[in-house]
Every structure is written in structure tokens, then in C-alpha cells.
Design a protein. Structure first.
Length: 407
């Protein structure tokens, strides 16, 4: 009996070892906020249940950490099989040969089912397949505080002064008209465009030392200091909290955040960022897809599984789950025709803002421009530099960083 039990135990042990050896693991690094993260994890669990030999691990990293960590890991021969994020990471990753061209892994027929805006090509190759288009900033407003959003900045300032209040009379502002992460250059871009500027020309040369940059910087500072309808200090988390708590009537944020506002019980509307009254131009948030790329270090034996998983995560059913949760515009043409998309007023308003945005460049030079803009931009906000000085410094540093990058 003892020998019989030992025989069974050894047999079960060897069987379980063999089963574990056959199990494959796919790791996804992403930067989805909590609501999107939950939807992704739910989709991956459903896929794993249908493919018991496949384990899927998802790992959240903040956008900048995601880029740097993936670069370090991939250069060392490791990293996740799949990386998910905005399209501007495609240029640097492809130049560094960290991600695979996808046109030979995904059939032409399958790619034709996607909105062309969601397929990110760089230097003749497809490097990212998006599950959504847009990923753009827009004006979000709390209908309980402001039934109709302002159409231009003159109206914004007029309404803003009425909405910004010290409600309890203690000498401190309890409610602001507008909040947003105005300390980050990415959130400054719509106003740069609204004053007629942009970050680079068609040859990827920086275009920051301009009157548009100076005027846009002055405008943001004025909203804070002289007009006084935004907080004296405001990063992403603070802006998000103020809006969710009903202590801000409006916020500038992207579709990754809208689901969280609805989940918190707010009755929100989406609108275009108000037209710049001085120029007559609409602000131009950067427009880009978000999507999946494949690590060049992915082993050949698991590569077909990775491709099939991306097919699944960009299927109409999964994309529409993200639409339900976040109000995102799906990349699959079939999903875009679904009633969930067509009848959604948030998506309709998002499309209007999308049409007034500008495509985010995917060239590696954009990374140098971001790095050059941040110190000077924040120095203006801190009072250590004038807008004129900042525009010159941004341009000089961007040119220097691009030169160093290309040496």
C-alpha cells in the first residue's frame, strides 16, 4: 500500500511539473488608469480561462517610468512581451530596435478592419496597433455647476470669475472655475496651438522660440495670477481630486479619466477647450492612438500566442468594454458602428475635439522637445523666468538635445 501511494504521489508530481512546463506566460506592461486597468485585467482573465496553457500578467507603470523601464529591460535582452502606451513612444523604441515591425505578423485583411488613425507607422514599418483613437485632452464640465460650457476664453474668464468662490468666508478659495495639470508641457500644448504655434516643423526641427509660445505662457500665468480662476498650484492628482469633489466646475483631461468621473457620481459633459478669443483659433490638443507593440526579445515559440492575444484585445467586443467604461473611441471600424458608440453624447463631443486637434509626432525628436520644455516652462510658473526667456531656453535646449541624440 505504501509503495502504491508513493507511486501515485510521484506520478501526480511529475504530471503537475510537466503541466507547469507547458504553461506559457505573456507579460503586458501598460500605463492605464484604474478604470481602464480593471477592464484590461478582466479581458485577460477571460482569455486565460479560454486558453488554460497561457498565463497573462499585467503590470502598471506610470508613463515615463514605463518608457524608461522598458528601454532598460529590452536593451538587456528582457522586458515584457507586450508594451501598451501612447504612439509617441514608437519613434524612440523603433530607432533603438526595441520593438518588432508588425506588418508581417498581422495579415493585411485584419489590419484593414482598423481605423487608419490607430495604426502607427514609422519609417515604413508598422510598430503599434491601437485599441482606441484620440487619446486627446478636452474640456470636462460638471453639469451641476455649469450647465453649458464656455465657447471662448472671454466667456471662460467671465464665467470663471463667477464660479471661483470663497464659499465659507474664511479667505480661501473653496471652488475654482477650472483645474488641470498645467505644470506639465503636454497639457500646455492645446494653448500653444491656440495661439498659432506648435512644437516642431515638418522636418522635426523645434519651433519653440516664437511669439505663440510667449503668448501662450502669458495666458496660462494670467489665468492663475491676474484672472485668478485656477489654483496657485495644481498637478494631475490635485486637479483630479478637486473636480471629483465638486470643488472645480471644469477640468482639462483626457478620455482615460472620464470613466472615473462618471463612476464618482458626477454628471459630466465633454466639450472643446474654449477658442482663444485673441487669435480666433481653437486650442489644438495632441491626438494619438494608444496601443500594443511587441518586444523584439519575444521568443519565437510564444510569438504566435502574443499575436493572438493582441488580436483579442483589439477585438470589437473588448474595445467596446473600454468604451462603456471610459468613453473612448474604439479603433475597430465594426466597433465604431455600434450603437454604444453612435448614441454616446460623450463620444460625439470627443470626436468634435478630436477634429480640432493635431496628430502627435512619433519621431524621437519629440522626446528631446518634452525634456527641453519642462524646466523652462516650470521656471515661468515659478516666477524665475520670463516667457521670452523661457521660449529661447526651450528652443536652445531642444536643439542641443536633438543634436546629442543624433550623434
Amino acid at each position: 500500500m505504501r509503495r502504491y501511494i508513493i507511486f501515485i504521489f510521484v506520478g501526480v508530481f511529475l504530471f503537475s511539473c510537466g503541466k507547469r512546463q507547458k504553461e506559457k506566460t505573456i507579460t503586458i506592461w501598460h500605463q492605464m488608469q484604474i478604470e481602464g486597468r480593471e477592464t484590461l485585467e478582466r479581458a485577460c482573465k477571460e482569455y486565460s480561462a479560454a486558453h488554460p496553457d497561457l498565463k497573462i500578467v499585467t503590470l502598471y507603470k506610470e508613463t515615463e517610468e514605463l518608457r524608461s523601464a522598458f528601454q532598460t529591460a529590452s536593451l538587456a535582452g528582457g522586458g515584457p512581451q507586450i508594451i501598451y502606451g501612447p504612439s509617441d513612444q514608437v519613434g524612440p523604441f523603433s530607432r533603438m530596435r526595441l520593438i518588432l515591425p508588425l506588418e508581417e505578423l498581422f495579415s493585411t485583411d485584419s489590419l484593414e478592419k482598423f481605423d487608419r488613425m490607430s495604426l502607427t507607422y514609422f519609417e515604413g514599418h508598422l510598430y503599434q496597433i491601437g485599441d482606441r483613437i484620440g487619446n486627446h485632452l478636452a474640456l470636462v464640465y460638471n453639469k451641476a455647476l455649469i450647465p453649458e460650457p464656455p465657447k471662448d476664453t472671454d466667456e471662460l474668464i467671465k464665467l470663471g470669475k463667477q464660479l471661483t468662490k470663497d464659499i465659507d468666508g474664511d479667505g480661501r478659495i473653496d471652488r475654482y472655475a477650472l483645474v488641470w495639470n498645467y505644470t506639465e508641457p503636454y497639457f500646455f500644448i492645446p494653448f500653444l496651438g491656440g495661439f498659432g504655434g506648435w512644437v516642431m516643423d515638418e522636418n522635426a526641427h523645434p519651433t519653440l522660440d516664437t511669439k505663440a509660445t510667449i503668448d501662450a505662457l502669458r495666458f496660462v500665468v494670467a489665468l492663475r495670477d491676474s484672472v485668478a480662476i485656477i489654483p496657485k498650484e495644481c498637478d494631475y492628482d490635485m486637479a483630479d481630486a478637486l473636480f471629483k469633489e465638486g470643488r472645480a466646475a471644469m477640468i482639462i483631461n483626457g478620455p482615460w479619466s472620464w470613466g472615473g468621473y462618471m463612476k464618482s457620481g458626477l454628471d459630466i459633459g465633454i466639450a472643446c477647450i474654449p477658442k482663444i478669443s485673441k487669435t480666433g483659433l481653437w486650442p489644438t490638443p495632441m491626438v494619438s492612438p494608444k496601443g500594443y507593440s511587441i518586444n523584439r526579445n519575444t521568443k519565437s515559440d510564444i510569438l504566435p500566442d502574443v499575436v493572438n492575444l493582441i488580436y483579442y484585445l483589439t477585438s470589437p467586443s473588448v474595445e467596446l468594454e473600454f468604451t462603456r467604461t471610459l468613453g473612448t473611441i474604439p479603433s475597430r471600424l465594426e466597433a465604431q458602428r455600434d450603437s454604444i458608440v453612435i448614441s454616446n453624447p460623450i463620444i460625439s463631443a470627443s470626436r468634435e475635439q478630436l477634429a480640432r486637434g493635431r496628430p502627435m509626432p512619433v519621431v524621437p525628436e519629440l522626446r528631446a522637445i518634452w525634456d527641453a520644455m519642462r524646466p523652462a516652462y516650470q521656471a515661468v510658473l515659478g516666477g524665475a523666468m520670463t516667457p521670452e526667456e523661457a521660449a529661447k531656453m526651450m528652443q536652445k535646449d531642444a536643439e542641443k538635445k536633438i543634436k546629442e541624440m543624433n550623434e
